[in-house]
Design a protein around this ligand. Sequence first.
Ligand SMILES: Nc1nc2c(ncn2[C@@H]2O[C@H](COP(=O)(O)OP(=O)(O)O)[C@@H](O)[C@H]2O)c(=O)[nH]1
Ligand SMILES: [Mg+2]
Length: 255
Amino acid sequence: MARNLYFIGTAGSGKSTLVHAFRLWLNNQGHEPVTLNLDPGAEDLPYAPDIDVRDWVRTSDVMESEGLGPNGAQIAAADLVAIHAGEIAETLSTFEGPYVLVDTPGQIELFTFREAGTAVIDAFGREDSIIVYLNDPGLVRGASGFVSSILMSATTQFRHNLPFVNILSKADMLSEDELEKVVKWSVDPYALYEALFEDGTTSKTLLDVEFLKGMESIGLYRRVVPVSAELLFGLDEVYNQVQQVFEGGEDLSKD
Ligand SMILES: Nc1nc2c(ncn2[C@@H]2O[C@H](COP(=O)(O)OP(=O)(O)O)[C@@H](O)[C@H]2O)c(=O)[nH]1
Ligand SMILES: [Mg+2]
């Protein structure tokens, strides 16, 4: 049975580019993954998907036929994807491949908070599925932004209830020092506490700390894997972490 990897992250976090890079990386390892575009609003994709949701639903068509603006059309299109989830799953079942790389819609809420995400994950089967969560470097380079990003990954994981791997996308955009700092925050909560308090203590700092403690205690605080789809580093580590989750039969609650 194929393993489904859902690439999820905020708009512009690098999902589509990473699906492309990871596909090529897997090709080099002798694997033939299936690529699936789930973004009905995608304009140009960096790769040619094997399965494309736009064969069923296209945001620009919905704008025209329903007379909606871009935001309304995105939501209507996402809800249409939910309706077609069964057909997309049927098409997927005609493909063979050890991995299915699922490129989710640009706007994270369309996949995480509307029906489409759950409908698709259920239709594809929850077994052998994993979330690859992309943290955006622009957000995580500051301590408080880092906490927000980890909270978002936790929310995504709670919503879909699948095991997940947390990555730092577009890692080449951070300086070496910044990269080292962010990775350290992800393995050493005390370093993060320190950074949070560096800019003075406000009620928000205290809230950040409480959030962190909660995430630590439920096991959602874990190392982020720096990846660059541009300079092509970190892909092997993403693969290793994904393998570990599948082969270790990861318990969701543990690190
Ligand atoms: N520097 C750098 N830019 C990247 C990387 N991955 C993606 N990008 C750029 O980030 C922007 C958004 O990427 P995209 O894959 O479309 O994001 P998505 O909305 O999450 O699918 C594009 O301009 C990409 O060229 C990366 O690893 N490094
Ligand atoms: Mg995209």
